[in-house]
Design a protein around this ligand. Structure first.
Ligand code: HT7
Ligand code: ZN
Length: 875
């Protein structure tokens, strides 16, 4: 496969003014007739017209009403090239496609009883020949024709403008989208779908019809998504001044989907798992995720659709900004503190690992082979952190001025991340030249902090140092502009004034942002009669790795006293990590393990205060994951990590058993399910207590767990119980799994949960069970949700089993990737992520993982998707 470079970008040679598409829909063979009104781009460099096209059967090409002979164009398996064209012309192309054969789920495909499309990033070229690039914007009119009995609902972007019926039982519907858009935002859907309808009145008083289309069996699962959509529409008006711009907004749920959802203009298509929910079938986490994804896709209407990307190197322009917007939405609607903790936790576990591995790339990459491989945590989550830092630098009001300018200046355009930064810069009179390095340099910067207190001068000098490790293709890094939010805490836990040398008075508030621009800088705080403790990187003000020498006593103090809730949690996590790493070293040298009393005391205090902030308490009680601990070690020792982490959790449960039991009893109330912050927090803390108690392997705790499952009126409590029971080596395990399946076998979303709990079991024999589940009628390798639920969860989130000493987990994954690559290259390539950190394990495991990767690389007909990742991993 070819590498594509940002430096080679050229404006399009031809533009499309309007597209008129006609689909004669049939899953076996669909006829697509396209009529393009085109013109030479006055800003272009001339040359032939090159249209993208893949897996198409070309029927005809007609120029200005004249059918062209085959000699008058050049058609390859990826392009249609036409020379010597006038400045303006009409081009008509007829192609044939086979949705039934499309297992890659790009372009037009058949999912269950639904025909649907996925065009981002380069799927439109599997529908018809077209300049399939985001900087070609056109007005689309789409006519869909199909058998009415089988396809009564036919949808596309924009507004429905006409419809009719033929005598042979077929019918047609015409849709027109007045907003010029790139082809990646095109969508169509056809099927026999149930529609739940509502409406929203925008801030200027326009009524918008809202519709959710689902398979009829899911009609009771639409309420939460509809409510979330209305919340998102209102939030975007109030937080960003953005109003919706069509008369109708539609969401469709499909079972086969490569990602979570897609923001097609006016017609969002969702993975069913990311939109359907009822209390009986969806967990609190599902409800939460649905709210955030519905918000995310809706927010794209402005950050992505009205203002789109010039080229795919600018992907974070829409994705980073939109993630930042959905995170703010979730924070405003739920708990801001918990949202920040969860966002940072995910960033550190996933993105830091990507940044430290062979696929590390900047937020704005400068090259790629396959763009689908760049829908990464770096583009999305680190991109969101970069936008968040811009907000910190500009302030709340300044950031809003900047985004207002960005939307006004670039509405209807395809632009770059530079344009975004310029808008924030110009609206605030800032100089963000150095800040741009966040977009161009890969790798996680390392921030070191040192404090020197001078009793005589009553000053505290804070020395901040930064460096950034080399990443592929970037051996040297220039210093970043890092906003470092800090506070000072006194001996009684009180916030101290923040006054720097040369300032006449302290600033208002207990937090201030220091700007680190050099490799090393000192900041001296004055008027400090007592030695303060520094609370640094408050709210995780920059996506960096922090090194700060703090002993366990200081961490315990900060855990109890920091006024910044994020840093209270973070001090607790650092304390856990320090203690776990020390015990791992002892385990490796064969010593007896003892959990320090200080940790038990801290957790006892947290449990005694649990009622103050129960959601935060649940997070504070959660030990860092095995994968995250592995990332903290020079050589990851899977077995030691698993043994020590389990030992610590069990020891804490033994010592604090009464507290866990009492708190569990207090929180375990049977009441009707509601999705609200208080109830979420209560269930989360209760199930955290249960997870500790279940480490005791006492019959009474197993009974408690089974009782919870038997009484549960919601999936959160039922699944929490099932997750714990699958790790109990006894007859209850199989009984629970069987009765769960009996109860829920008709529901795909729930069956995927059933697959996942088994994939995550830490009992021996898990891989054997997974292999037999792959033969179960509930599993298909063609369904991405099944693959992610079973194979993906096992390989990514069950380290003690995946990294089995005999290499069986690696061999299994390699075989699945090879099989999947034939069906769905995007999903196959994503599964490779489980090998991202392969060089961080011991020599034996490295050798086995390398052999598994080589086995994949040796296949002669790999997709570009899998080829790109496997070759970069092995380089
Ligand atoms: N913008 C959407 C990305 C997406 C996608 C990308 C590649 C292949 C399939 C895909 N489905 C959706 C989703 C989003 O970020 O909102
Ligand atoms: Zn997105």
């Amino acid at each position: 496969p070819q590498t594509i470079y940002l430096a080679d970008y050229q404006v399009p040679a031809y533009l499309v003014k309007t597209v008129d598409l006609h689909f004669d829909l049939d899953p076996a063979q669909t006829l697509v007739s396209s009529k393009l009104e085109m013109m030479r781009n006055p800003a272009g460099q001339g040359g032939a017209l090159k249209l993208d096209g893949e897996q198409l059967q070309l029927h005809s090409v007609t120029l200005n009403g004249q059918r062209l002979s085959e000699a008058e164009y050049d058609c390859t398996d990826s392009r249609l090239v036409i020379d010597s064209l006038p400045d303006e012309f009409t081009l008509e192309i007829v192609t044939e496609i086979q949705p039934d054969q499309n297992t890659a789920l790009e372009g037009l495909y058949h999912s269950g009883q639904i025909l649907c499309t996925q065009c981002e990033a380069e799927g439109f070229r599997r529908i018809t020949y077209y300049p399939d690039r985001p900087d070609v914007l056109a007005v689309f009119t789409v006519t869909l024709t199909a058998d009415k009995a089988q396809w009564p609902i036919m949808l596309s972007n924009g507004n429905q403008v006409a419809s009719g019926e033929f005598e042979d039982g077929r019918h047609w519907v015409c849709w027109h989208d007045p907003h010029p858009k790139p082809a990646y935002l095109f969508a169509l859907v056809a099927g026999d779908l149930y529609c739940q309808q509502d409406s929203f009145t925008t801030m200027s008083g326009r009524q918008v019809t809202l519709q959710i289309f689902v398979d009829p069996e899911n009609k009771a699962k639409c309420d939460h998504a509809l409510l979330s959509l209305k919340q998102a529409m209102q939030w975007d008006e109030q937080a960003f001044g953005r109003e919706y711009d069509l008369d109708i907004f539609m969401i469709v749920a499909v079972n086969d989907f490569n990602m979570g959802a897609m923001e097609n203009k006016g017609l969002n298509i969702f993975n069913a798992a990311c939109v359907l929910a009822s209390p009986e079938t969806a967990t609190d986490d599902d409800f939460y995720t649905i709210q955030s994804i519905v918000g995310h896709e809706y927010f794209h209407n402005w950050s992505g659709n009205r203002v789109t990307c010039r080229d795919w190197f600018q992907l974070s322009l829409k994705e980073g900004f939109t993630v930042m917007r959905d995170q703010s939405f979730s924070a405003d609607l739920n708990s801001a503190a918990v949202q920040r903790i969860d966002d940072v936790d995910m960033l550190r576990r996933m993105q830091f690992a990507e940044d430290a591995g062979p696929m590390a790339h900047p937020v704005r990459p400068d090259s790629y082979m396959e763009i689908s491989n760049f829908y990464t945590v770096t583009i999305y989550e680190k991109g969101a952190e970069v936008v968040r830092m811009l907000k910190t630098l500009a302030g709340d009001a300044g950031f809003r001025r900047g985004t207002d300018l960005y939307f006004a200046r670039h509405d209807g355009q395809a632009v770059t991340t530079d344009d975004f930064v310029s808008a924030i810069e110009e609206a605030n009179d800032l100089d963000l030249a150095q800040f741009q390095r966040w977009y161009t340099q890969a790798g996680t910067p390392e921030l070191t902090v040192e404090c020197n207190y001078n009793q005589a001068e009553k000053t505290l000098t804070v020395t901040l140092q930064q460096s950034c490790p080399a990443t592929p293709g970037q051996p040297e890094k220039q210093p970043f502009l890092i906003p470092v939010a800090v506070g000072l805490i006194g001996e009684q836990g009180q916030s101290l004034p923040l006054q720097l040398t040369d300032e006449t008075q302290p600033i208002d508030g207990d937090t201030r942002v220091l700007l680190l621009t050099e490799n090393q800088q000192n900041f001296t705080f004055i008027n400090l009669p007592e030695r303060p403790k520094l609370s640094v990187l408050r709210g995780f003000s920059a996506p960096v790795k922090l090194t700060q020498q703090r002993d366990n006593a200081e961490l315990a103090f900060m855990m109890a006293n920091d006024s910044d809730s994020f840093n209270r949690w973070d001090a607790g996590q650092t304390l856990f990590i320090n203690i776990l790493l020390a015990l791992i070293a002892e385990y490796q040298s064969g010593s007896t393990l003892v959990v320090p009393e200080l940790l038990t005391d801290q957790l006892a205090a947290i449990l005694d205060n649990a009622s103050v902030e129960p959601a935060l308490t649940a997070r504070m009680l959660t030990l860092p994951s095995e994968n995250y601990l592995a990332a903290q070690m020079a050589v990851a020792d899977v077995d030691a990590i698993h043994a020590v982490r389990s030992f610590v959790k069990r020891s804490l449960a033994v010592t604090l058993k009464i507290r866990f039991e009492n708190l569990y009893q207090q929180l375990h109330q049977i009441k009707p399910y509601e999705f609200n912050a208080a109830d979420l927090a209560q269930r989360s803390l209760k199930n955290t207590c249960l997870s500790y108690l279940m480490t005791l392997t006492e019959p009474v705790q197993v009974e408690r767990c089974l009782a919870q499952m038997a009484q549960a009126n919601n999936m959160t409590d039922l699944l929490a119980g099932l997750r714990l029971i699958v790790d109990v080596d006894g007859p209850q395990r199989q009984q629970a799994l069987e009765s769960f399946y009996q109860q829920w076998q008709h529901d795909r979303q729930v069956v995927d949960k059933w697959l996942t709990v088994q994939a995550l079991s830490t009992l021996p024999g898990t891989l054997t069970n997974i292999k037999s589940l792959m033969q179960h009628p509930a599993f298909s390798l063609k369904n991405p949700n099944n693959v992610r639920a079973l194979i993906g969860q096992f390989c990514r989130n069950n380290p003690s089993q995946f990294h089995a000493r005999d290499g069986s987990g690696y061999q299994f994954l390699a075989e699945q990737i090879i099989a999947l690559d034939k069906l769905n290259p995007q999903v196959a390539a994503r599964q490779l992520g489980a090998f991202n950190s392969w060089r961080r394990y011991n020599a034996d495991r490295q050798k086995q993982m390398q052999a598994a990767l080589q086995m994949i690389a040796d296949k002669s007909d790999l997709s570009p998707d899998v080829y790109e990742i496997v070759s970069k991993y092995l380089a």
